[in-house]
Design a protein around this ligand. Structure first.
Ligand code: 6PG
Length: 250
C-alpha cells in the first residue's frame, strides 16, 4: 500500500465537497503558519465541481474566510492551447473559481501557452515558479498543496506513461508531446510533485477503478505508473475517490 489516505465518497458532488474542504483547511493552515498558500491546480474535468464548491464556500470555511490575497495559484499542467480554448486548464479554473473569488491577478500564474516553442514556454513557467518561490539554483519548490487528477492509464498531470518527462529530475517543468493525443502539454515534474507538503488526487468514475486500486494498494507496475511515482518525500498523500472509482473500498 502506498503511504497515503484513501477517502471514498458516494458521488461527484461529495467528491467536490471533500476536495473543497481539504483545500480550504490546508490553505488556512498554510497562511496561518507561513503567511501564504501556494497551490498547483489540477486540470481535466473532475476538479471543476470542486473549484465551484471552493468558490461557493470559502467565506464560511470552518477556519474563517480564506484570505485570497495570500493565495498563489499555479497549474500542475496545461494543454498547449490558447487560454480561451475549451481545452485549456487555465480557462476551466478561471470559469469555475478565479472569476468568483477575490484572488489578485498578480497571484495567478498559468503556464504560458502563447510561445511558438512549448519547450521555451516550459522554461518560462519554471522561471516564474523559481521567482515566486525565491528558489536558489537547483532548489525545488514546496507547494502547500498539489491537486492532481489521474487517467485510466495511470497518467497524472501531464506525466504520461513512457514519456521522458517522467525522468526529468533536474527540471521543475517539462514540455511533453503526447503522441496518443497528438498534442503538446506543459507539466510540473515528479520532483516538484514529491516535494509538496500535501498532494491530493481527485478520482472519479468506474473506468479508473482498476488503476486507482493498483496505485493505492500496489504492487507497482513495471515500470511504475506515473501516478504510482507520486510519493511525497515529506508531505501528505490523499486520494479522494467516488465510489465508482473505488468500489473495492466500500
Ligand atoms: C489534464 C490533467 C490530467 C487529468 C486526468 C484526469 O490536463 O487532463 O491534468 O492529468 O487530471 O487526465 O482527467 P479527468 O478529470 O477529466 O478524468
Amino acid at each position: 500500500m502506498a503511504p497515503g489516505r484513501l477517502r471514498v465518497v458516494p458521488d461527484t458532488p461529495a467528491l467536490a465537497e471533500a476536495a473543497a474542504g481539504e483545500f480550504l483547511s490546508i490553505g488556512a493552515e498554510a497562511i496561518r503558519s507561513a503567511g501564504r498558500f501556494t497551490v498547483a491546480l489540477a486540470g481535466g474535468n473532475t476538479p471543476r465541481l470542486a473549484y465551484e464548491r471552493i468558490a461557493a464556500t470559502w467565506r464560511d470555511a470552518p477556519d474563517g474566510p480564506l484570505d485570497w490575497s495570500r493565495v498563489q495559484l499555479f497549474w500542475g499542467d496545461e494543454r498547449y492551447v490558447p487560454r480561451d480554448d475549451p481545452q485549456s486548464n487555465y480557462r476551466m479554473a478561471r470559469e469555475a473559481l478565479i472569476v468568483r473569488v477575490p484572488v489578485p491577478a498578480d497571484n495567478i500564474h498559468p503556464a504560458p501557452t502563447d510561445l511558438p516553442d512549448p519547450r521555451e514556454a516550459a522554461a518560462r513557467y519554471e522561471a516564474t515558479i523559481r521567482g515566486i518561490f525565491r528558489l536558489v539554483t537547483g532548489g525545488v519548490p514546496r507547494f502547500d498543496l498539489v491537486l492532481l487528477g489521474m487517467g485510466a492509464d495511470g497518467h497524472t498531470a501531464s506525466l504520461f506513461p513512457g514519456t521522458e518527462a517522467l525522468d526529468a529530475t533536474e527540471r521543475l517543468t517539462a514540455a511533453v508531446h503526447v503522441s496518443a493525443l497528438d498534442s503538446w502539454r506543459i507539466t510540473l515534474t515528479l520532483p516538484v510533485l514529491n516535494r509538496a507538503a500535501n498532494v491530493i488526487f481527485l478520482v472519479s468514475g468506474a473506468d479508473k477503478a482498476p488503476t486507482l486500486r493498483a496505485v493505492v494498494e500496489g504492487p507497482a507496475a513495471a515500470p511504475p505508473l506515473p501516478a504510482q511515482r507520486v510519493l511525497p518525500e515529506s508531505g501528505s498523500l490523499t486520494w479522494i475517490a467516488d465510489r465508482d472509482a473505488a468500489p473495492w473500498a466500500g
